[in-house]
Write a protein that binds this ligand. Structure first.
Ligand code: KIV
Ligand code: ZN
Length: 386
């Protein structure tokens, strides 16, 4: 089976941090960058240096401390932005400039009020200019998801000629269907001259809840880098969630891909990002939500207690969670109750369990969740009456 590496490009500190309310100070950014390096991401997009002196400082400081990952800075396709990014990255061991411009009809006509030809020239000039500073230049074709494939191919050819090492195909508005996004990557792989000299990158937004599916479709069709954020934070409905793509590639070995991410750190990274940015993780969020390994219905609990993989496709320890949770609610059954009693030191007989279960249901019917404290109280009442 072929096993090819997929590069993980983390943009938590750029696309993630630009979300209202998620702003971080320099020390917080430095700490997260260090942890991302430890996690094993290949690229850390540290910021957009021209956007503010604070962001410039943060990118510069991150460049100094990151040991393994490439450090990347975002620019628009102009010399001022690129000069600033190059300066901010000057201490990075592996610097990358990420420059680009909108290529869809909507961007060309309404944002830039210009022609396809002008955009193509600006794209190539920006890459050429960035190459004078760094070897590794990534180009993004903003709104590539809604860009005509034939024109997008021409832009890709122009930036490859200008020296791009990576080409990012963003679905900026989160509009694409997985089959269409995959077909776009396939089209570029088949129609762009010298495309194998560059890495194609997926950068998908989640406006229709398809960011992860689109990124995987991109990989299956020839892309080799995924741009993503911890917890999927990012503009509007967010970006592709790092933890999701990493675990999909890990659980579906048959696809033939791997990443260098140490998945055991995923839960810790999720909590760190959530608390530092003040951005709550929805409980039912895949992989890192508080309910992702929690079971509350009697049928599921019985199955999981007998054999974990009856209802779990991931071993929670693989993502840094010690064990699955058996939550007691009015929908729980006897086997869950016995299991939870055992966890607090009571090995009850079948006969005792029948009585305890009736006590339990009385409590469960008036509470959202029956806690350990409630279990002790139930046991206390039971032992006084029997
Ligand atoms: O979504 C997008 O198009 C972007 C680019 C700036 C890479 O974030
Ligand atoms: Zn984006």
């Amino acid at each position: 089976m072929k096993t090819e590496k997929i590069e993980i490009f983390d943009t938590t500190l750029r696309d993630g941090e630009q979300v209202p309310g998620c702003k971080l100070d320099k020390n917080q950014k430095l700490y997260i960058a260090q942890k991302l390096d430890e996690l094993g991401v290949d690229v850390i997009e540290a910021g957009f240096p021209i956007s503010s002196p604070g962001d410039f400082d943060a990118v510069q400081a991150i460049s100094k401390i990151v040991k393994k990952a490439k450090v990347c800075a975002l620019t628009r396709a102009n010399t001022k932005d690129i000069d600033s990014a190059a300066q901010a990255l000057q201490y990075a061991q592996k610097p990358r400039i990420h420059t680009g411009i909108g290529t869809s009809e909507s961007h060309i006509k309404y944002k830039f009020n210009t022609s396809q030809e002008d955009i193509l020239n600006r794209a190539a000039e920006a890459v050429h200019y960035a190459k004078k500073y760094v070897e590794d230049v990534e180009f993004y074709a903003e709104d590539a998801g809604r860009t005509d494939n034939a024109y997008l191919a021409k832009v890709c050819e122009a930036v490859i000629q200008a020296g791009a090492t990576v080409i990012n195909i963003p679905d900026t508005t989160g509009y694409c269907l997985p089959a269409d996004y995959g077909a776009k990557i396939k089209y570029l792989k088949e129609n762009v001259k010298d495309i194998d000299n560059v890495t194609l990158s997926c950068h998908c937004h989640n406006d229709l809840g398809m960011a992860t599916a689109n990124s995987i479709a991109g990989i299956i069709n020839g892309a080799r880098q995924i741009e993503c954020t911890i917890n999927g934070i990012g503009e509007r409905a967010g970006n592709t969630a790092l933890e999701e793509v990493v675990m999909i590639l890990k659980q579906h070995e048959k696809l033939g891909f791997y990443t260098d991410i140490n998945s055991v750190m995923l839960n810790e990274m999720s909590q760190l990002t959530s608390t530092t940015m003040g951005m709550l993780v929805q409980p039912n969020k895949a992989i890192v939500g508080s309910n992702a390994f929690a079971h509350s219905s009697g049928i599921h609990q019985d199955g999981v207690i007998k054999r974990r993989d009856t209802y779990e496709i991931i071993d929670p320890r693989d993502v840094g969670i010690n064990e699955s949770a058996i939550i007691l609610t009015a929908r729980s059954g006897r086997s869950a109750l016995a299991y939870r009693f055992k966890n607090i030191g009571y090995d009850v007989t079948k006969k005792e369990l029948d009585v305890l279960y009736d006590y339990f249901l009385k409590v469960a019917d008036v509470k959202k969740e029956v806690t350990e404290k409630d279990l002790f109280a139930i046991m206390h009442t039971f032992s006084q009456n029997h």
